[in-house]
Design a protein around this ligand. Structure first.
Ligand code: UD1
Length: 419
């Protein structure tokens, strides 16, 4: 398992480039299963999660190939409608294939994803929604078996906003017979990109004030799509500049998807200037200001930037409170930030952060993807050396983050260790 050794204390200066969206790419890959032929996806990030989804698709018989940042998925040979535990347990988004498989082939057997580092993460909305579309769902020893001669359009209201369940049901409904109305859907940019791809494939999807109306079609065609930049990666760089100081020019930055994040880091004291349609210049503040803030579904402040914001506020002048309304237990980074000297306590789904004057390097452990991003940026600011173990978590969602940070003045070494 690789480790990072982060020599902290320096400011960041220079240009950093945002890659393609990880969370955007995964549902597009699953959507390829809705059609027969070669789907091509440009700008896909070269990440472990994308490799895992490629393997999930390969199990179904699809051919996944192509160059770095250029995926091709050929579904002409799909003949096995299963996603095994070994793959699904490492990446929850593998569950996305359930809806497309049952919609196109009438059956699917997909392992339940189980919990994750920050508590149970149910899939009840995915299953209830598919049942509403007429699928028969059975839980057989941890595998969900779904069957339907064909899916039938229906109205389904999400009692909670869910990105994954929205993606699952939009995909499934495109091939259902009749009209579906999905109410209280997620509005994340990744969902809008999926809708854009499905429309290009021939799906009939209409946006409603409170959701989506989908008129099922018999067949979809394979298409080419380009992935948008990763808003969470960009937000991580904004957080890094805010905490470590200096000035970062963030290129390929999806500014339109970052309003809430830009607002929050500006409140913390960062100065941001748009220098082009996808260029944001961020200058770190002398003094970080505390705040009270809650995460929320888009367009709110994303839970995927909560840990990075907490690293920043750990050095604010005063007390901050961060409440995570999306994932109530998403605080595994708290114990690790405390090893660096942060003063944080957790009460229910809120973290109370008393700003400290300095952070000091220590040995810490990455517990999940965004928690590890928070520890990297805290390590950039901390005095001395931070050793971060289990960086495979960060490799799931950031392409060579150490090289990108080193190019703007950071000093991060990757220590390769044999398994
Ligand atoms: C996606 C993102 C993840 C992000 C999250 C919230 C991907 C691959 N992952 O995850 O990075 O943190 O959105 O923005 O895009 N829930 C249920 N029942 C369900 C499904 C969800 O109760 O069937 C709950 C979850 O426990 C959570 C909330 O709904 O409290 C939102 O989860 P959801 O939006 O579904 O997250 P994911 O799609 O898994």
């Amino acid at each position: 398992m690789d480790k990072f050794v982060i020599h902290g204390g320096g400011k960041l200066r220079g240009t950093i480039m945002v890659g393609g969206s990880k969370n955007g790419t995964l549902p597009l890959m699953a959507a390829a299963l809705l059609t027969k032929g070669v789907t091509s996806i440009s700008g896909s990030p070269h990440l472990q999660d994308v490799a895992t989804m490629s393997n999930v698709l390969r199990v179904s018989g699809a051919r996944v190939y192509g160059k770095r940042h250029e995926l091709k998925i050929d579904t002409a040979t799909c003949n096995h409608f299963e996603a095994p535990y070994d793959l699904v347990k490492t990446m929850r988004a593998s569950f996305y294939v359930l809806g497309p498989l049952v919609a196109r082939y009438g059956r699917a057997r997909v392992s339940l994803p189980g919990g994750c580092a920050w508590g149970p993460r149910p899939v009840d909305l995915h299953l209830k929604g598919l049942e509403a579309l007429g699928a028969q769902i059975k839980n057989d020893h941890g595998y969900i078996e779904a069957r339907a001669k064909y899916l039938v359009g229906a109205t389904f209201e999400f009692d909670k906003v869910s990105v994954g369940a929205t993606a699952q049901l939009v995909m499934a409904a495109t091939l259902a017979r009749g009209v579906s109305r999905l109410v209280n859907t997620a509005k994340e940019p990744e969902i809008l990109m999926l809708v854009q791809m499905l429309r290009k494939m021939g799906a009939q999807i209409q946006e409603l004030p409170d959701g989506l109306k989908i008129t099922g079609v018999r067949k979809l065609k394979p298409v080419h799509i380009t992935v948008m930049p990763d808003r969470i990666e960009a937000g991580t760089y904004i957080a890094a500049a805010t905490l470590a100081g200096g000035s970062l020019r963030i290129e390929n930055c999806p500014i339109d998807h970052l309003s809430a994040a830009m607002d929050v880091f500006s409140r913390a004291g960062a100065v941001m200037k748009k220098a082009g349609p996808r260029v944001l210049v961020v200058q770190g503040p002398k003094v970080i200001k505390p705040m009270e803030i809650s995460t929320a579904p888009f367009p709110g402040f994303p839970t995927d930037l909560q840990a990075q914001l907490m690293a920043v506020l750990s050095m604010a002048r005063g007390t901050s409170i961060i409440t995570d309304t999306v994932y109530h237990d998403r605080f595994t980074h708290v114990a690790e930030l405390k090893r660096l000297g942060a003063d944080i306590s957790v009460s229910g789904n809120s973290a109370i952060i008393q700003g400290v004057a300095s952070l000091t390097g220590a040995e810490v452990m990455a517990t999940d993807l965004r928690a590890s991003a928070a520890l990297v940026i805290a390590g950039l600011r901390a005095r001395g050396t931070t050793k971060l173990d289990r960086v495979y978590h960060i490799d799931r969602g950031y392409e060579h983050i150490e090289e990108k940070f080193n190019a703007v003045g950071a000093r991060i070494e990757r220590i390769k260790e044999a398994m």
